[in-house]
Design a protein around this ligand. Structure first.
Ligand SMILES: Nc1ncnc2c1ncn2[C@@H]1O[C@H](COP(=O)(O)OP(=O)(O)OP(=O)(O)O)[C@@H](O)[C@H]1O
Length: 232
């Protein structure tokens, strides 16, 4: 018997008020796999992430996580069920220190859970006392990435994690994602950087005008097929 998907997005439609952005979109993701959603600017990728995480409520369709219909569940409810999310923007509290940003959602304020990630991204532990607002854009992205990865969630949703991040750190992000996949965690990653997509994706979806216009399963020819359709 085939295992139920970790996440199932069925005929999802939604947007902002009367404006429909995502149209009738269906995708599914299994445990231990990464599904990367790519596409040009403004096609609705972040809106999809918001609809899945509950920062935006859909007009129709379903979001089923671990067999439970969470379509209209509040964002905090989904997080409690094990859906981690690093949004594209507004990820870091500028006036708090790096350490505070990493621990503010934990009563124990322990940095122990970051041990492995700190070894991979040593600039972060070097800046624990520094105000997060002074970090570069790429460093903020790494902070947000580490915070999402360090949580014990079954699913991690990352929106453009590599924006402004240099190539060697993108390769390390891929390594961290692949380790987490091996531990059984699933990833829904909104990403335009095909190096990351190629390094982690088990499947990819290409969006255009709010619709999914192409899906690719498996790693064979993944990058070439996406690049051809994106004309890059
Ligand atoms: N809060 C909002 N209110 C109204 N329209 C919005 C809002 N946020 C985004 N949009 C619109 O929705 C459309 C899709 O935006 P979205 O951010 O989902 O695209 P994207 O594919 O993630 O783009 P990018 O790659 O540039 O981040 C755009 O036309 C955008 O202007």
């Amino acid at each position: 018997m085939k295992a139920a998907p970790l996440l199932s997005i069925d005929n999802l439609t939604g947007g902002y008020g009367e404006i429909v952005i995502v149209t009738d979109l269906s995708l599914a993701l299994s445990q231990g796999q990464a599904l990367c959603v790519t596409g040009r600017n403004g096609v609705g990728k972040s809106t999809l992430a918001r609809l899945v995480t509950g920062s935006l409520m859909p007009a129709s369709g379903q979001v089923v996580f671990l067999g439970e219909d969470l379509t209209f569940a509040p964002a905090h409810g989904r997080a409690r069920q094990g859906m981690g999310y690093a949004p594209q923007e507004g990820v870091v509290f500028d006036t708090l220190s790096v350490a505070e940003n990493l621990t503010l959602h934990h009563r124990d304020r322990s940095l122990e859970r970051y041990k492995e990630l700190f070894a991979m991204f040593p600039r972060l532990p070097d800046r624990l006392g520094q105000r997060a607002g002074t970090l570069s854009g790429g460093e903020k992205k790494i902070l947000s990435f580490c915070r999402a990865l360090a949580e014990d969630t079954k699913l991690v949703i990352l929106d453009e994690p590599t924006e402004g991040v240099q190539p060697e750190n993108i390769a390390l992000m891929a390594e961290a994602i692949n380790r987490a996949k091996d531990a059984g965690r699933g990833f829904l990653i909104i990403e335009q950087n095909l190096s990351l997509v190629e390094a982690v994706a088990d499947q990819a979806a290409l969006m255009d005008h709010g619709e999914c216009i192409y899906t690719h399963s498996g790693t064979i020819n993944l990058r070439a097929e996406l690049a051809e359709r994106l004309k890059i």
